[in-house]
Write a protein that binds this ligand. Structure first.
Ligand code: SF4
Ligand code: SF4
Length: 442
């Protein structure tokens, strides 16, 4: 019997096409407004005309952010529409009219000479964000001056073992990238810049070696990461050489994690006054003929992006937003690309793994590989029997959803899927109990 890893080529074929293609505006841009459960207030109404970069909505509070139109056109609808997780969020749909007018902000060439309040105001007005992976991608506005950021963590090179697009993007946009670092150090004075570097040498690592030789404020941190260690908690543990609690955010730890496309967006927001209205997304998988990097107007549908990447509909079997092991499979292709979407995988039939769910042979591989020491097969038995309390006692809520147990299982059991069922049932029941407790207290 073979395991998943032996029977399937890892569906992580790197893109052949290494340049970034600029996508045209879509006919209809569905721009998601609601973020991380915050309330959102539209600043436009149906029928209004908007241009690129115009402020169309804002969220308030500590993590408040603004939402910009990525296209010129007329507002057609303001209503909930599912995001790529399938969760309905307030979305402003704009029918494009083909115009190219763009609301640019004044350009600032010398961030080091600007007052901190102006720097943060610019980052806010341009709609800049940063993202990190906790098991799902979290996208938030850049933290403000009170955040006490001591380290800027560039999440670049670990992915370079597989992909080249981000590395090429840095090298092709070297001036923007270096200027983006300057802006970051002006925003967070005294912060050290740390670049996560794969131990495998490539042209991106060579680029950073050269940059670091003349800039002592940048430090390289060579790492070798297992799949689950891309989660921010594990990156922080490597960086800080200490345990990091599940509830600690990187900002609580004084760390700003940031991906290279967001550094380039930051540079352009200052040097050109360019609003953050396009997302750089890597597309790969055997169902597309032109894999590579695409600069996508925010609100473009996943389907339109795949058409630009030359999707073969006869081959297409499954679409995942995020990477192949830990991403989110989407049920429909009209869902919009938003900030924080960096990858889309278009799997062909031969890349999709079909679980056989054979009897467990008690090999123990799932236990051995689990990074948090769970007994996945036992939790799965409880899940199948609907024994949610036992699943909870067995630690199901600790599961990182990294998928490694499913990946190594020679019986090809859908372990992760069944663990996810148990996890959501345990959470649902906990929510019910809490509701009941509140009612009793009232
Ligand atoms: S139970 Fe499976 S999916 Fe969950 S953390 Fe362990 S190996 Fe990862
Ligand atoms: S469920 Fe775990 S113990 Fe059973 S066959 Fe799969 S990897 Fe081995």
């Amino acid at each position: 019997m073979q395991n998943h890893a032996e029977t399937l080529d890892p569906p992580m074929t790197g893109p052949d096409q290494e340049t970034v293609t600029l996508m045209p505006d879509p006919e209809l841009a569905r721009i998601p407004c609601q973020r991380q459960g915050l309330d959102c207030h539209p600043l436009v109404k149906v029928g209004d005309k908007v241009i690129k970069g115009q402020k169309i909505a804002e969220t308030t509070g500590d993590r408040g952010a603004i939402v910009l139109s990525s296209v010129c056109g007329q507002v057609k609808e303001i209503a909930p529409f599912p995001n790529y997780h399938g969760v309905p969020v307030l979305t402003i749909s704009v029918k494009t009219n083909g115009d190219a007018d763009e609301a640019r902000l004044p350009a600032y060439g010398s961030p080091q000479e600007m007052e901190a309040s102006k720097l943060f105001a610019r980052a806010h007005e341009a709609g800049l964000v940063t993202s990190y992976f906790t098991g799902e991608m979290v996208t938030v506005p850049l933290p403000g001056p009170d955040a006490q950021i001591k380290t800027i963590l560039i999440q670049a090179c670990p992915l370079e073992t597989v992909f080249n697009v981000e590395g090429d993007m840095i090298i092709e946009n070297e001036d923007d990238f270096l200027f983006g670092l300057e802006v970051l150090t002006a925003l967070y004075p005294g912060a050290e810049i740390v670049v996560l570097e794969t131990k495998k040498r490539n042209k991106t690592t060579a680029f950073f070696d050269q940059v670091c030789s003349s800039r002592p404020e940048i430090r390289l941190l060579p790492v070798e990461l297992r799949p689950h260690e891309f989660q921010i908690r594990f990156l922080l543990q490597r960086l800080l050489s200490r345990e990091v609690g599940r509830d600690e955010s990187p900002f609580d730890c004084g760390v700003l994690p940031i991906f290279p496309p967001d550094i380039i967006a930051l540079a352009r927001a200052f040097s050109l006054g360019e609003p953050y209205i396009r997302q750089t997304v890597r597309v790969y998988g055997r169902a597309v003929k032109k894999p590579g990097g695409y600069r996508v107007p925010i609100g473009t549908s996943i389907g339109d992006l795949l058409i630009s990447a030359g999707v073969d509909e006869n081959k297409l079997a499954k679409v995942v937003v995020g990477c192949s092991l830990r991403g989110t499979a989407v049920a429909r292709l009209d869902l919009p690309i938003e900030k924080g979407v960096y990858m889309v995988v278009a799997f062909s039939q031969e890349e999709v793994f079909h679980y056989e769910n054979l009897p467990c042979i008690h090999c123990g591989r799932c236990v051995e590989i689990c990074p948090v020491g769970l007994w996945p097969q036992k939790i799965v038995l409880y899940s199948q029997a609907g024994k949610w309390q036992l699943a909870e006692e067995e630690g199901v809520l600790q599961c990182l959803e990294c998928g490694q147990c499913s990946f190594v299982c020679p019986a090809q059991k859908p372990l992760l899927q069944l663990i996810e069922v148990a996890k959501s049932e345990v959470r649902r029941l906990a929510g019910k109990n809490e509701e009941g407790r509140r009612k009793n207290l009232a």
